[in-house]
Design a protein around this ligand. Structure first.
Ligand code: VAH
Length: 316
């Protein structure tokens, strides 16, 4: 079996769906601290209420289902963690320790844990940011993800735990909503366009950030987890990239379908977070080691996003 912790989140919903397609619904346990709005998660397969900070509950779930793989996705994202720094650190770090220790104690074969481009800071080279470089993150989320990467590498070296990780860019998908991220504007903007509304963007027009369409992120995650262990040369976390764009560029891409779509720009506190991150990422190590290759560009993502969001509206 496979356990997905944080299955109700933006990535968790999509990854659980993908894993259930691949391995059969009954072998993928969805776990989250709250019952999901999305009934599909419980209807399609096993669901467990689990607060990853409750270590005995985590061990109870893991003893019951004996997962071979654990995907630990539960965390506070960048904007939310800046507002709740102590809880952000506690959930992101103690949650990871509970999973790593339980995985070692209970003999889990593989653990997946997501990192982020947030591990880079304002003095990191911003263009084609290398795998190994200066990393002084100045957000709670980035600090916790950088520390988490180092701990993952330590558990691999000291306990032989096969834990694997990717530094995701901003993720964009139509099946789930993001929660508390700085890149969430890139999802919100599509919903507004399809609803026939204008969009007031919380980042400045020219804020250039690394981004990825969810199908590419899911493929990268599964390609990484299916790669033979000896091909994985990076045990902190792999740089991963597909494209970079600015709010102005994604608005223009949408206006190819909705010529009258209006976007205004009113940067808020998330602008400082975005300005501390890279503009583009060098992911050549992922391409060399386990054959990473993104499929989607901004316009093909836009075409697919708008098609599915329009379809969902019709279904409503
Ligand atoms: C966030 N979506 O905005 C996440 C991600 C690179 C961005 O880490 O916090």
């Amino acid at each position: 079996t496979i356990l997905v912790i944080g299955a109700g989140g933006q990535l968790g919903l999509e990854l659980t769906h993908e894993l259930r397609q691949l391995y059969g619904a009954s072998s993928v346990i969805a776990a989250d601290v709250r019952a999901p709005q999305n009934p599909e998660l419980q209807e399609a397969g096993p669901f467990e209420l689990l607060d990853v900070l409750d270590k005995s509950r985590l061990e109870e779930v893991m003893r019951q289902y004996k997962p071979k793989q654990v995907y630990h996705l539960a965390a506070l994202l960048s904007a939310t963690a800046e507002k709740n720094p102590k809880f952000g650190w506690q959930l992101n770090m103690d949650g990871l320790f509970h999973v790593l220790d339980a995985a070692v104690d209970l003999g889990v074969q593989q653990v997946y844990w997501p990192s982020s481009i947030a591990v880079f800071g304002p003095d990191t080279p911003r263009h084609n940011t290398p795998q190994l470089t200066v990393m002084n993150p100045n957000t709670v989320y980035g600090i916790s993800k950088l520390a988490g990467e180092q701990w993952c590498e330590w558990y691999f070296k000291k306990h032989g735990l096969d834990v694997r990780s990717l530094r995701y860019p901003g993720l964009i998908g139509y099946k789930s909503l993001p929660g508390g991220g700085t890149t969430d504007y890139a999802v919100d903007i599509y919903h507004k366009a399809v609803a026939g509304e204008s969009y007031n963007c919380f980042l400045a027009e020219e804020t250039y950030l690394p981004m990825m369409y969810m199908p590419d992120a899911l493929k990268a995650t599964l390609d990484l987890m299916h790669a033979p262990a000896d091909t994985i040369q990076v045990r902190s976390s792999y740089n991963l990239s597909a494209m970079s764009f600015s709010p102005r560029e994604v608005a223009a891409s949408i206006q190819r379908h909705y010529p009258d779509f209006q976007v205004s720009y009113q940067p808020d506190s998330r602008q400082q977070i975005a300005d501390s991150w890279p503009a583009s990422i060098d992911d050549s190590r992922a391409r060399q080691d386990w054959g990473w290759q993104p499929q989607y560009s901004l316009d093909t993502m836009t075409d697919d996003m708008l098609f599915h969001l329009k379809e969902a509206l019709v279904l409503k």
